[in-house]
Write a protein that binds this ligand. Structure first.
Ligand code: UDP
Length: 253
């Protein structure tokens, strides 16, 4: 049988040609990287968890009218998505200071921000994804002013949706990153949420204990990453549960 065509391989995911034009298959790997891939590991079950969690968030967004690339999950590690033209920006929304904003501006981690702050980073591994302003984005033609307005609006809608969802299960959404892509309906272009939404791209803190339930567990060596992601999935009712609660999905590839 002919092997399907690989379209792109990134640090945590692989994209294959989809079954119909305009679709792709997104495969979630178990690989974890941090600090621009200087730190690497394979974490059993991470891909399975992120596939399920990204499905959960993206299908929820679709259901409330925030368009995403997600079509349907195919199996434990793969989902069918719409092919988009990715805008080369990482869009970060912050509710609470942590990570780079704390370092850059000297704000203590955990300080609530006066309002959600949207930031843009240019997607370029060689340069370490530098932060850019709207001026840079427009001057270099990565997006138009209209695109930027739409991106901020999409990012804030995602923030409202995810914050509420997390609050409901005792988790604070500190910050997150999304990527946005263009799709064409005839002559009309629309922006939709693409890539993934998972604990790899969010900061999630338990409201009671402050325990970190996101990729900082890996970045800062705070414990077992799969345990943290399993806890998020369990609280959201995402993973299939056995008699002991959520099952850590380490057995099936
Ligand atoms: N983030 C991400 N990919 C990146 C950079 C950041 O998913 O390449 C996420 C990160 O997990 C966090 C948010 O974006 O939820 C803000 O990250 P920050 O700018 O604080 O960067 P970091 O501390 O990761 O350097």
């Amino acid at each position: 049988m002919a092997r399907r065509k690989k379209v792109y391989e990134g640090k945590a995911k692989i994209l294959y040609e989809g079954p119909e034009p305009g679709t792709l298959v997104q495969y979630f790997k178990d690989d974890a990287t941090a600090f621009n891939a200087e730190k690497k590991a394979t974490i059993d079950g991470k891909g399975v968890l992120n596939n399920r969690l990204s499905e959960f968030f993206m299908s929820g967004l679709n259901a409330v009218g925030v368009p995403t690339h997600f079509i349907r999950r195919i199996n434990m590690r793969e989902q069918l998505i719409r092919a988009v033209e990715i805008i080369p920006l990482e869009v970060v929304v912050r509710n609470v200071a942590a990570g780079s904003i704390s370092k850059r501006l000297g704000i203590e981690e955990g300080t609530p921000l006066p309002r959600p702050i949207v930031e843009f980073y240019f997607k370029n591994d060689e340069l370490g994804d530098p932060m850019v302003s709207e001026e840079h984005i427009i001057a270099f033609g990565w997006a138009t002013q209209q695109d930027l307005d739409d991106m901020v609006s999409l990012a804030l809608r995602v923030n409202d949706f995810l914050s509420g969802l997390m609050l409901g299960v005792g988790i604070k959404l500190v910050d997150f990153k999304i990527e946005i892509g263009r799709i064409w309906d005839g002559d009309y272009m629309r922006l939709i949420v693409a890539d993934e939404i998972s604990p790899d791209s969010c900061r999630l803190w338990d409201i009671e204990s402050g325990r970190k339930l996101d990729k900082d567990v890996f970045r800062r060596d705070l414990g077992d990453l799969a345990d943290a992601y399993t806890e998020v999935a369990r609280r959201l009712g995402v993973m299939p549960t056995g008699p002991q609660g959520a099952v850590k999905p380490t057995l099936i590839n």
